[in-house]
Design a protein around this ligand. Sequence first.
Ligand code: FES
Length: 132
Amino acid sequence: MPIVKYQGREINVVSGTNLKKALKKTGLSPYNSASRFLNCKGIGTCGTCAVSIKGKTSVKTSVEKWRLNFPPHNESDGLRLACQVKVLGDISVEKHNGFWGQNIEKTVQRNDSFIHIIQLVFDSLISFIENS
Ligand code: FES
């Protein structure tokens, strides 16, 4: 049985299990902040379940490729959508900061500052709403 490592925990799953469902079943979440409630429920269109994965998984679905190709995501970031991923072997999963989990180190260093500023404003707005 494959093992999923995430946020200090290890979960045993049946090969082929959907990653998002496996995480949620054990009380874990692929979402940050308000995206826990504001998401597409797993149809692959919102991009809020984006994570970094090391290990053997299914290939990207067509909707996953599509969603990871527009802001705040960028295909070169190498993220995956937990709702579209099937676990095929032992994997290690990491969630990055930001509403979509888009703030990987590379994103912060990018020079497409307009998109980065919009992301920061949106993340700040979400934090403000959550803390009000
Ligand atoms: S939950 Fe919306 S893309 Fe995964």
